[in-house]
Structure formats: C-alpha cells, structure tokens
Design a protein around this ligand. Structure first.
Ligand SMILES: Nc1ncnc2c1ncn2[C@@H]1O[C@H](COP(=O)(O)OP(=O)(O)OP(=O)(O)O)[C@@H](O)[C@H]1O
Length: 573
C-alpha cells in the first residue's frame, strides 16, 4: 500500500513520505515504551520500593510521546495535503491527454467519483490511517522487546501469539477483499445507473416511466443490496475472528503468567505489571482492525486512480506542419472493443471541396469523422489531415486545422455570446457578433430577452435543436479552421430554422474543406463528391449524377429517400 501510494504521488514526494513514516514509527515505539514503563512503576509501587524515579522516567516518556504524536500528525497532514494537490494535478493533466473516445458516460461518472471521494480516501491514508497501522506494528513490537527484558518467559509467550494474530489478520483481509471488489463494482454500476436515470429523465417521462419503471436502475440497486448482504455475511465472521484471536492471545499470556507465578518463577508485582502490559499490547492491534474498512476503501480508490494514470495518452510526435487543407484516409480499419466498424476505408477530400458522407444508420459515418479528429487512433491504415498523419500533429495543431459541428450540440451555462466565444476565446466582441450574424444567430439574439447576453442555460435548454446547431456553426466560423467536420441535424426543422441553417452552412462551407455526414437531400446533391458507406466499407463514390447513372446502391438510397420525403410532404393533406 505504501509502495502504491509512493508510486501515485511520484518521486518528488518520496522524501516527505519517508520522513512521515519515520515519525510514525518513532511515535509507535514511544507509545510502546510508555506502556512498558507501567511495569517498573507498578512493581515499585506494589513491592514498596521508591516509585519517584520511575514516575519521573514515565512522565518523560509520556511527554516525548506527546511531542512525537504532534510531529507525526503534522508530517502526516503535510503528506495528505501534498497527495490531494498532486492527485488533482496529475489526474487533471493526464486526463487532458487521453483520447476523447475514452470519455464514455460511465467513465466520466466514475472519474467524478474518483476526483471527489476517491482522492479524499487516499488523502486519509497518510493523514490518519497509516499512523494507526504503523503503531499497530511498532508499539506491540516495542512492548514485546520490553517483555523479554522484564521476563523472557512471558516475552516468549507473547511472541508465540504473534503468528496466530498475523494469520487471523491475513485471513480476514483476504475474505473481505473478495467481497470488497464485488461491492465496488456493484456500487459503481449503481452510481452509473443513477446518473443515467437522471440524464434520461426527459425521455423516461415522455414514455410515462417513473423510478419504479426503470428496470436497469432497479436491477443495479437490487444487485448492490444483495452484494452488501453477502459482504456482511462473509466479513462478520472474519471481523469476529480478529477480535477473538486478540482476546485469545491475551488469555494465553495470562495463563503463562499465572502458571509462572504459581510456580514461583515470577513475583506477583511483576506479574501484575506484565499483565497490564499485555492489555496494552493488544490495544493498537484492535485499533488497526477498526480502520481496516477505511484502509481497504482507500486502497480501492488508489488502484482506480492508478489505473486512470496508467491509461496511455495518445502519442503525438508534434513534428507535422499543416499544408493545404485536405483529408485523406488510406486503408483505414477500426474496431470498438474487437467489434470491427470500419474496414479498409480509403477516401480523399480535396482542399476547399464538399464531400457528403451517406449510408445507413450504423454504417460507421460518425466513427469515420471521429478518427479524423483523433478521438481514437485507427486500428490499421493512415488518416491524414492537411498532408500529415494525424499522429504527427501536436493535439492543439491538429485541432487548429479542424472545426467540428456535432448534431448534438452542448451549450454551456452562460450567455449566447459566451457560447460562441468558445470557438476562439480571445476574439473581440465584434468578431463574435460577426460570426453569430453569419450563422444567423443574430435572429435568435433578437428573439431572446437579453439578446446576446441571454443566458441559454446548461445543455442549451432554452434553444431548439436547429438553433443549437446554428450556435455551433457560429463557433466554427469564429474558430475559422480550414477544415470542417459536420454532422448535419437529422431532426425535422421548421422551414424558417431550416432555411437559416442552410444559409449558415453555405457560408461556413465557403473557402473551407467540408466533410459532412449529410442527411438533407439538397446537401447531398450539391456536394462535389459523395461517399457511400455500408457496413463500415466504402461501396460507392462519385458525384450525384455519376452515382445515379451507375444505378447501384446510392441510386436505390436516393430513390428511397426522395420517396420518403414525398410521403412526408403529402401526408398532412
Ligand atoms: N463508443 C462506441 N462504442 C462501441 N460501439 C460504438 C460506439 N460508437 C458507435 N458504435 C457502434 O459502431 C457502429 C457504427 O456507429 P456510427 O455511429 O459510426 O455509425 P453512423 O453511420 O454514424 O450511424 P448513425 O447514422 O445512426 O449515427 C454502430 O454499430 C455503433 O453501434
């Protein structure tokens, strides 16, 4: 555990951790000595000898113990605070370099737990828990040595109990550890489901589902409850065993002492002293057993933090210098956890042209754009942006080449203007408004009370889907990257929103290279090139007319889509 803590804190805190451990060990030894001093004090008292010098020595040891307690607590807290700072920094820095694809909803939920409770758990180890464990070793060891000094036979009796105590601790630990892992998993799953349940409230309510009707959450909570029950069933005997073994150890020393006293080998004052010592011998052990649960929790958190820190960031050489704004995929293959999604995809998007990506749902269109933005690395083949392998760009250089307009646009808590400014934080107010005007966001500002300063709320609650995408286009305008990856909105828009969006996109496409996951027939037909994906492979490629003339998959897709549109248009009549 100390090794794991040292590894997570890094070598710069090694000396501080060692100093803290040394202070704890000194405190533990002094604790043991202060216990041991009771024996000569009691012996002097009971045998009528002068007790003064022993009392003075006892007082000196007690004062030294108090000082050591203060010093080790200071050192412990210093390491705890360093752990807090270091873990926040290391986690923050590391997570910023991880592939965007790493941030799945459940990982984000667990990361939140880790940054909150997990880091506090780890901080409590050097600040509080470690001292209890070090004392549980150092104080009884000192007491044992002193017992040998007072009477070697009683010392030997105490020493013989040590292996049994150790075995009882180990057995309980292994028993609890197995249940802990199951409990951790069940707890994390329960937390994920609660977050999911909260996020999905709009959809659940739309379908008239309440907490009772959300089976995934119910199942997770039931699993958590039964795991907890199992944990209690398996750990209670274990915890009882430690307490019982400690009591048995004490009884063994008591029996050995009494039989020695009865045989006349030990005098009564000494026996009383050593028995008092035996009681104190067991105290730190019981204290350590008490903090066992907290320690295991901290160890679990430490391991999860280590697992995040061990996740390799995307390697980037940072040597690339961007050329003309183009995109090229060369024999690209990709799989999500062994499930192939893209197979041998090759395509080129020439500078300042528009390529429409079409294909059935699940054919891999979104995945393809994500590989270009390097949310993940391709499993095979090469993805090139502006003439260079994406792996050769420093992350900020690659992102300087790309603007991404998602279908599901996230608006941050803040004003309309703030939300556009995310595209380029250092932009002037005029530039922000100009980008807004080009993306037709000015019309939204006119409508909203507060205009540009209107708060659009977390997740953009006050704007419609089409309006949110216009804000996203304004961000891309402001960023002014030469390549745009666009996932066109599929949601049915009212005619006013639709025409505003079409205008905004036309302005965005001007003089830029555009790869668009196209859903609107007008966008598809007007593209310089259409790439049709099916089952993760490119099945057809060409202009609209070329592909219609080919009379293959695209022609069938087009006929079906136009028919569907015709149906929708005539339906209300
Ligand atoms: N993060 C992910 N983890 C695992 N599988 C994924 C992930 N994202 C997508 N997939 C799977 O990969 C396949 C391709 O998905 P992708 O979103 O790229 O397709 P698409 O053509 O964009 O679909 P749509 O038009 O419905 O958005 C799908 O089967 C999908 O279930």
């Amino acid at each position: 555990m100390i090794g794991e803590l040292g590894a997570v804190l890094g070598p710069e805190h090694g000396a501080r951790l060692r100093r803290s451990l040394l202070a704890m060990a000194v405190y533990g030894v002094l604790q043991g000595l202060s216990f041991a001093m009771l024996v000569p004090v009691l012996r002097a008292l009971l045998s009528g000898e002068s007790v003064g010098p022993w009392l003075a020595a006892f007082a000196a040891v007690v004062v030294a113990t108090a000082v050591a307690s203060y010093v080790q607590a200071q050192y412990g807290y210093a390491v705890g605070l360093a752990a807090l700072r270091t873990l926040y920094h290391r986690l923050g820095d590391h997570v910023a370099g991880l592939p965007v694809g790493w941030f799945s909803a459940d990982r984000v939920g667990r990361l939140g737990q880790l940054v909150g409770k997990g880091v506090m758990d780890v901080m409590s180890v050097p600040a509080h828990l470690l001292q209890v464990v070090v004392s549980a070793v150092a104080a009884p060891a000192t007491v044992l040595v002193c017992m040998f000094v007072f009477d070697w036979r009683l010392g030997l009796a105490a020493l013989l109990t040590a292996p049994f105590l150790w075995l009882a601790f180990r057995w309980t630990q292994s028993l609890v550890q197995r249940s802990d892992t199951a409990m951790d998993d069940a707890g994390a799953e329960g937390a994920d489901r609660v977050v999911e349940f909260a996020r999905q409230q709009p959809s659940l309510r739309a379908f008239g589902r309440t907490a009772d009707g959300y089976d995934l959450l119910d199942d997770a909570l039931v699993r958590q409850r039964s795991t907890l029950r199992r944990l209690l069933r398996t750990t209670l005997p274990g915890l009882g065993t430690v307490a019982l073994t400690v009591q048995l150890a004490f009884t063994a020393i008591l029996i050995a002492g009494c039989s020695l006293a009865l045989g006349g080998a030990v005098d009564v004052p000494e026996l009383v002293g050593v028995l008092v010592l035996a009681v104190r011998f067991t105290e730190p052990l019981l204290a350590a057993a008490d903090v066992g649960g907290e320690l295991r929790m901290a160890r679990g958190s430490l391991r999860r933090i280590k697992a995040v820190l061990d996740t390799p960031p995307l390697p980037a050489t940072g040597t690339a210098r961007a050329g003309e704004p183009s995109i090229e995929l060369d024999g690209v293959g990709f799989a999500y956890a062994e499930r192939p999604v893209l197979r041998d995809v090759s395509l080129t998007v020439a500078p300042r042209t528009v390529t429409a990506l079409v294909g059935p749902s699940g054919s891999g269109k979104t995945t393809l754009t994500r590989l270009i933005a390097r949310f993940w690395d391709a499993g095979s083949g090469v993805v090139r942006v502006s003439g260079n392998d994406v792996r050769d760009y420093a992350p900020e250089e690659l992102m300087a080449q790309l603007s991404i307009v998602f279908q599901d646009v996230y608006l941050f808590e803040g004003t309309l203007e703030d939300n556009i400014r995310i595209g380029r934080p250092e932009a002037t107010d005029e530039e922000v408004r100009e980008a807004g005007r080009l993306a037709r966001v000015d019309e939204i500002a006119e409508r909203l009370p507060g205009g540009w300063q209107a708060r659009v709320g977390e997740a953009g609650a006050t704007l419609s889907g089409g309006e949110r995408q216009r804000v996203s286009i304004a961000r891309a305008m402001l960023k002014d990257a030469p390549i745009v990856l666009l996932d066109e909105a599929t949601a049915a828009l009212d005619p006013e929103n639709e025409s505003a969006l079409i205008d905004a996109l036309a302005t965005l496409a001007r003089d830029r290279t555009l790869l668009v996951i196209a859903h609107r027939l007008t966008t598809i037909a007007a593209a310089d090139q259409i790439v049709m994906l099916e089952g993760g492979a490119v099945v057809e490629r060409g202009t609209h007319q070329e592909l219609l003339d080919l009379d293959g998959r695209y022609a069938a897709f087009w006929t079906e889509r136009t028919r569907a549109r015709g149906w929708r248009l005539t339906q209300p009549a």
